[in-house]
Design a protein around this ligand. Structure first.
Ligand code: PLP
Length: 395
């Protein structure tokens, strides 16, 4: 399907040029499009021709963004959304019926977990969970009404790896729709469709934008499923704005060089952390010490930009580490040019019980680093001084 290399597709996929023969793609800030005559309008609404009607349905900028992601992921078709969460919600809302059942990894994005536990049950859709080390038990969770297997890999914030090929085979054997949130890996590092995924979701807010500017989301995959997702979005309105699509499409042109440097920096940060006596353990998919290192090597090109580690001293040490950070940002985002550190146990995951946190490998001293594009020595220096600030004060 892919005639050109992924780097080229990310740059050269473009909508038709206008009469001005612009080199860089223009921004189409228009809510609607006009028709030549009554027949043109009738044929357009009857979908006898593929064209733009109204920007809640499609827009040239969103179409360009979606076609780039499709080419990079090896997908038949796709649809773009205002946020990653609207992509997740719309995908489930479009495909599931009352009474359906989901089998999901327990280590999923917080808001996706809320969708499964708080909102989908309102429509009588229930979810059963497996832990990252319980892949061999998934088949026992499948019920006659199971429709979807859902997973993220690498996981947030513990950076565990799930074997997508095993999940894809189980889904195929039982005729289930296999959906992967590929946000942490990006379409460059991992293409879940190669391992049997039917649909791939991204929060484009993260590494795809990569510069902390806009929110966006996208679902790509099997065209019959995308058709349903498109119709849901067209009727309910979570469309990506043309401006954000234009930004995101531009961002894809540099995604690969950015992600390569992100990964190079992250590996160095992980290797540094592994040597530190103040650190209990470090998890990074491309460190040989990672429990699923072989799987990571099989399904990912590089290890991604997220490193997690456990600082000695639990919650207090985690909070103190954050207070001593000087260069990196304390922020909820990730995948930005700027390095970001978070302490999930006292922030994003503080509302979970200790048992629930441990189920997703979030220990009290876990620190998540989203490694950015600053000079890696400056990032390491900042982490180092924050790790040892407490000790130096004592001395
Ligand atoms: C951020 C994120 C989302 C949600 O994306 P938004 O653009 O913030 O709505 C979904 N999944 C993962 C893995 C994420 O990191």
């Amino acid at each position: 399907m892919n005639s050109k290399h992924i780097e080229t597709e990310a740059i050269r996929t473009q909508i038709e040029r206008t009469e001005f023969l612009e080199h860089s793609n223009p921004l189409y800030l228009t809510s609607s499009f006009i028709f030549e005559d009554a027949e043109d309008m009738r044929a357009s609404f009857a979908e006898e021709k593929k064209r733009n009607i109204y920007s809640r349905f499609t827009n040239p900028n969103t179409s360009e963004f979606v076609s780039k992601i499709c080419k990079m992921e090896g997908a038949e078709d796709g649809h773009a959304f205002a946020t990653g969460m609207s992509a997740v919600f719309s995908t489930f809302a479009a495909l599931l019926n009352s009474g359906d059942h989901i089998v999901s990894s327990r280590s999923i994005f917080g808001s996706t977990h809320s969708l499964f536990t708080k909102y989908l049950p309102k429509w009588n859709i229930e979810t059963s969970y497996f832990k990252v080390d319980e892949i061999d038990q998934i088949e026992s969770l499948i019920q006659p009404n199971t429709k979807v297997i859902y997973a993220e890999s690498p996981t947030n914030p513990a950076v565990d790896i799930l074997d997508l090929e095993i999940l894809g085979n189980i889904a195929k054997k039982h005729g289930l729709i296999f959906i992967v949130d590929n946000c942490f890996a990006t379409p460059y590092l991992q293409q879940p469709i190669r391992f049997g995924a039917d649909l791939v979701i991204h929060s484009a807010t993260k590494l795809i934008d990569g510069q902390g500017r806009v929110l966006g989301g996208v679902t790509v995959g099997r065209s019959d499923l995308i058709r349903e997702i498109y119709l849901f979005s067209r009727n309910t309105g979570p469309a990506l704005s043309p401006f954000n699509a234009w930004i995101l499409s531009k961002s894809l042109e540099t995604l690969i060089v950015r992600v390569e440097r992100h990964c190079e920096n992250a590996l160095k940060v992980a290797q540094f952390l592994e040597e530190q006596p103040e650190v209990n353990w470090v998890k990074y998919p491309f460190l040989p010490s990672h429990p699923q290192y072989e799987t990571a090597k099989k399904q990912m090109k590089l290890g991604g930009n997220i490193v997690s580690f456990e600082i000695k001293g639990g919650v207090e040490a985690g909070r103190e580490f954050l207070n001593n950070i000087r260069l990196c940002s304390l922020s909820a985002n990730l995948g930005d040019t700027r390095s970001i550190v978070t302490h999930p146990a006292s922030t994003t995951h503080s509302k979970l019980s200790i048992e629930d946190r441990l189920e997703t490998s979030i220990t009290d001293g876990l620190i998540r680093v989203s490694v950015g594009l600053e000079n890696v020595n400056d990032i390491i220096q900042d982490i180092k001084q924050a790790l040892y600030a407490k000790i130096e004060i004592k001395i």
